[in-house]
Design a protein around this ligand. Structure first.
Ligand SMILES: [Zn+2]
Length: 347
């Protein structure tokens, strides 16, 4: 009996010691990193790279215009305990990031700290203004067009920036992050160029050839033209096609897939369509044989339908964000959905 009691105490003490050690070990054991992303698209990229090693939440839902989010009190609460703040950048969050970071009172995610990541720093940028910017130009972003995530190459680059930062924040799991990144990139490359082509040429090489404008020639030379699939293959028949968009948010998508945006329904970024501007768009679009008006689902389709009726074009309203549509469950699904809708409309 005595012996048993002693044994029991010994065991209890052991359990207590183990528990207190685990508690003291803190983040290394408990811990999942806490990541707060400003948009669901970034959150999706972060989840792909972090896997089970982080809890990732997004502030925006993906159903709203990301330019005009408000700093909600719930945002401050979510940011308070974050280890990493991931933003899209190029002024997309300019109206609300400051109040959220200030209100969160979380020094770990201030600009300049390891817990603050502006993903746009690494991406390929378009429409970076060269001259002076004036108010008359509308809602122009001095850092360039902020809708970079609609180019899958930028999605690929952004995932890399997130992985690099996770490795810095949590070196113990570096291998996991790098292996998740490789898996994500392989999946994205297969989606972009088709699985068959990926068996012959590595994804990084395909992207490099595409960027240099040498992909088509190289594939022809190696008798591989018939093996192209994926988003690139689906969009290839429409290279050079002229389209109209509502907002200047599709330039990255169009640049990557060879579509020409010849006009926007907004006279200036952020300024709603006016009658006189739409008449101008109708004239230009008729001349260029525009078959598609592409726009986000959070804008009213009225102006687009009016123009489409006049020129005999289709209107495609789609989300530009993960979470903005039931089908856009993650980054790859988002690009799948956009390519599918655009290519079907142009067919
Ligand atoms: Zn914009």
């Amino acid at each position: 009996m005595k012996y048993n009691r002693a044994l029991c105490w010994g065991r209890c003490l052991g359990v207590l010691l183990a528990a207190s050690w685990l508690l003291a070990a803190g983040p290394a054991w408990a811990a999942k990193l806490s990541i707060v992303a400003t948009t669901p698209t970034l959150a999706s990229l972060a989840r792909s790279v972090a896997g089970g090693k982080a809890a990732v939440i997004s502030l925006a839902s993906g159903r709203e215009d990301p330019h005009y989010l408000q700093a909600l009190p719930s945002y401050l609460v979510r940011a308070r305990k974050a280890d990493l703040w991931i933003k899209s950048g190029m002024d997309l969050e300019i109206g609300w990031e400051g109040p959220v970071l200030d209100g969160s009172r979380n020094p770990a995610i201030r600009p300049g700290r390891l817990g603050y990541l502006d993903v746009s720093a690494g991406v390929m940028k378009l429409e970076v203004p060269k001259g002076k910017i004036s108010r008359e130009m509308g809602d122009v972003h001095p850092a360039g067009n902020p809708h970079w995530w609609l180019d899958p190459l930028n999605g690929r680059i952004a995932a890399g920036s997130i992985a690099k930062r996770l490795v810095e924040l949590d070196p113990g799991n570096a291998r996991v992050y790098m292996s998740n990144l490789a898996g994500f990139r392989l999946e994205l490359d297969r989606k972009m160029f088709g699985p068959v082509l990926l068996e012959t040429i590595k994804g990084a090489r395909l992207w490099a050839l595409l960027l240099r404008g040498e992909l088509a020639a190289e594939l022809k030379k190696r008798n591989l033209s018939g093996q192209v699939g994926g988003w690139y293959g689906a969009m290839a028949p429409f290279r050079g096609e002229a389209i109209v968009t509502y907002h200047k948010s599709w330039v990255y998508f169009c640049e990557r897939f060879g579509l020409r945006v010849i006009a926007e329904l907004e006279p200036k970024p952020g300024v709603p369509p006016s009658g006189s501007h739409l008449q101008k768009v109708i004239r230009i679009a008729k001349k260029q044989g525009v078959k598609l008006i592409l726009m986000e689902n959070f804008y009213s389709p009225k102006a687009a339908r009016l123009v489409a009726d006049q020129i005999g074009a289709k209107v495609v309203q789609t989300t530009n964000s993960v979470g903005g549509d039931a089908g856009a469950v993650d980054y790859i699904a988002l690009m799948d959905l956009i390519v599918d809708r655009v290519s079907r409309a142009l067919r």
